[in-house]
Write a new protein. Structure first.
Ligand code: DHB
Ligand code: FE
Length: 278
């Protein structure tokens, strides 16, 4: 059976792409952010996953307001990146893993998750930039299966539902007849709001409590409705749903091997966690 070796949760911000392209990693603004990934690089080097299941939210590249699945799973041989209007230099695309994709889709539908299967899918900065930060300057050494959760067009799935989705994905990975090593990656959050009168809203107290809860009490955030999460974390901070799905995929107790919280990167409170099943 496949082995689910760990989970990484991280923010995604377009400005990271510009910093990478301009080699700004050692500038005072960026250094604490990029340095925080060094322990994760060491873990990836030591643990070498073959495939990454990536929980992320598309921001209008692959899905737009005319068609917005709540949950979508990639089933493509290849996922290219695209121009999203952030003036980011293009990054190479990703190889998929069709066998794991269809296994996930089969298992999720069997557990009553009505996912949209995507045999053509482009991925945006929410996939490409975390990958570029995890493997800087490298051709990706892993295949990916993207799992997209809608956080753009209301109504959004609840925190409770995202925990259940993540748990089902984790069970499916552990039940995949394969010798591959799989890790889960969740990208988005933490608190940030890009629009409206409250643009710039950041809530460190909530973020830090949320990061704590992810280790020992992942259902903590499920006490809040989506409007309550938006009120606390901001309209885009609700991307923390990806962190919940990632944590739930790991199942029972986890060890937190590394965490970092840094304010701000662009408009975002950036967070990072590395979790391993115990
Ligand atoms: C920013 C953050 C995001 O999550 C995003 O998708 C786009 C921009 C920002 O802080 O600039
Ligand atoms: Fe985002």
């Amino acid at each position: 059976m496949a082995k689910l070796i760990g989970g990484i949760t991280t923010s995604h911000v377009p400005a990271i792409g510009r910093a990478l392209a301009r080699n700004s990693q050692d500038q005072p603004y960026w250094k604490p952010f990029f340095d925080a990934y060094l322990p994760v690089h060491a873990w990836l080097e030591a643990n070498r996953p073959d495939v990454l299941v990536v929980f992320y939210n598309d921001h209008g590249l692959n899905f737009f307001l005319d068609k917005m699945p709540t949950f979508a799973v990639g089933a493509a041989p290849r996922y290219e990146t695209g121009d999203e209007g952030w003036d980011l230099p293009p990054l190479p695309g990703f190889d998929g893993d069709l066998d794991l994709s269809w296994h996930l889709i089969d298992q999720l539908v069997a557990r009553d998750f009505d996912v949209t299967s995507c045999q053509e899918m482009r991925v945006d900065h929410a996939v490409s930039l975390p990958m570029a930060v995890l493997w800087p300057g490298q051709v990706w050494p892993v295949r990916i299966v993207p799992v997209c959760i809608n956080t753009v067009q209301f109504p959004l799935p609840s925190a409770r539902r995202c925990l259940a989705l993540g748990a089902a994905v984790g069970d499916a990975i552990r039940g995949w007849k394969s010798d591959q090593r799989v890790a889960v990656l969740g990208t988005g959050g933490l608190s940030h709001q890009l629009d409206g009168e409250r643009a710039g809203h950041i809530n460190p107290e909530f973020d830090l409590r949320f990061m704590d809860s992810l280790v020992d009490d992942p259902a903590w955030a499920a006490q809040f409705s989506i409007p309550e999460l938006v009120e606390k974390a901001g309209t885009q901070g609700v991307e923390l749903l990806m962190w919940l799905a990632t944590r739930a995929a790991l199942g029972g107790p986890v060890r937190c091997l590394h965490r970092n919280y840094h304010i701000p990167i662009s408009n975002t409170a950036s967070g990072l966690m590395l979790l391993e099943p115990v």
